[in-house]
Write a protein that binds this ligand. Structure first.
Ligand code: SF4
Length: 352
């Protein structure tokens, strides 16, 4: 039987990950949110640190948002962390004080979509729900030799129905994990390793060239390129930091001020003046590039000598090395943060 062969392979080959065999709904939830868009190897250390600091949903609900974002620093897609905490507050305030156990109720919480709800319901509560992410869609499209584009609702529904028919009734959570493991280790994008596949006997494209061509995905849209000037403004042993708006890309995180399409020192000084910062150009710094899902930031660095802020703005302030180390900053700022840390170090080259 399909599920028996798959689960036998899973039991013998599953990777040793800290959330494997976990049954606590809160811990499964945290792992599933972290694993969205992020590789398991990267998630491991974040998962342990996060749960050491917030061992229960109540601990997370009552924590300051800045602390949650700081622990998420480097994982990216920060709206995941904000939604996780928002949902934790709803759960902590609910009469049960615990995560609900059905897909429908889980899906009502911020940041929990159909995939995550199915993963939590099956792994924590033994519910029969198929956790369909890109990985699973690829495996199912190959198993059932589905050549139609898989971005359509009808095709996905058909794949889900046929996948559900294969699902183990006794071990639905392990079945989902086994299918994910199969997609990560054997039925990989590009060339699947059909010779090693535990379910090749059930697969419509096993060993065929068509296996490498499935699933039929729509072409990805090109990423938009933005050129930004990132400014390190030093004054009295501190550097200027800015908090991003509460919604949108990298919402609520700290960064160094940066300006779209500013290219020259004069343009940078003029942009800073608009923020209420008097500064004079000192030197160019290294360039850096960061790739988001739909966007690329091509960043050039500028160092400037600053002065007092000419108007009050809660989202803009000079910070010393110690404060800088506590601010949650996106990975896009990493190269500039290193420069600022060097400059603010006791023997650094801060400008004033
Ligand atoms: Fe994927 Fe090949 Fe296994 Fe089919 S036989 S599920 S294509 S690895």
């Amino acid at each position: 039987m399909f599920s028996e062969d798959l689960l036998a392979w899973h039991d013998a080959n599953a990777r040793d990950l800290p959330w494997r065999d976990e049954r606590d709904p809160y811990r499964i939830w945290v792992s599933e949110i972290m694993l969205q868009q992020t590789r398991a190897e990267t998630v491991k250390a974040y998962y342990r640190a996060f749960l050491a600091r917030f061992p229960t949903v109540q601990d997370l609900a009552h924590a300051p948002e800045d602390e949650v974002l700081k622990l998420w620093e480097g994982l990216g897609y920060y709206s995941r962390a904000r939604n996780l905490q928002k949902a934790a507050r709803m759960v902590a305030a609910s009469p049960a004080g615990a995560l609900p156990d059905t897909v429908e109720a889980l899906e009502k919480l911020p940041g929990i979509g159909a995939y995550t709800a199915a993963a939590i319901a099956s792994m924590a509560f033994g519910g029969r729900a198929l956790a369909m992410d890109g990985n699973l869609i690829r495996v199912l499209a190959r198993l059932f030799c589905e050549e139609r584009p898989v971005d359509g609702g009808a095709v996905r529904r058909a794949l889900r129905e046929r996948g559900m028919a294969l699902m183990s009734a006794e071990r639905p959570g392990d079945f989902n994990q086994a299918m994910m493991g199969l997609g990560n280790l054997v039925c990989v994008p590009g060339r699947p390793d059909c010779a090693r596949c535990p379910v090749r006997a059930y697969c419509g494209v096993a060993g065929l060239p068509l296996a490498a061509e499935l699933p039929n995905l729509p072409p990805k849209p090109d990423k938009r390129l933005e050129r930004r000037a990132v400014v390190l403004v030093y004054w009295q042993g501190r550097v200027l930091a800015r908090r991003r708006a509460a919604s949108g890309l990298l919402a609520g995180l700290w960064e160094f001020p940066n300006f779209l399409d500013a290219r020259s020192p004069e343009e940078v000084v003029a942009c800073l003046a608009e923020l209420g910062v008097r500064a004079s150009f000192a030197r160019r710094e290294r360039a850096s590039r960061h790739v988001f899902t739909h966007l690329i930031w091509q960043m050039s660095g500028f160092a400037l000598a600053g002065g007092p802020l000419t108007r009050s703005d809660e989202s803009l302030r000079y910070v010393d090395a110690d404060e800088l180390s506590r601010l949650a900053m996106p990975a896009a700022m990493r190269a500039f943060r290193e420069l600022a840390e060097e400059a603010l170090a006791p023997r650094g080259e801060g400008l004033s």
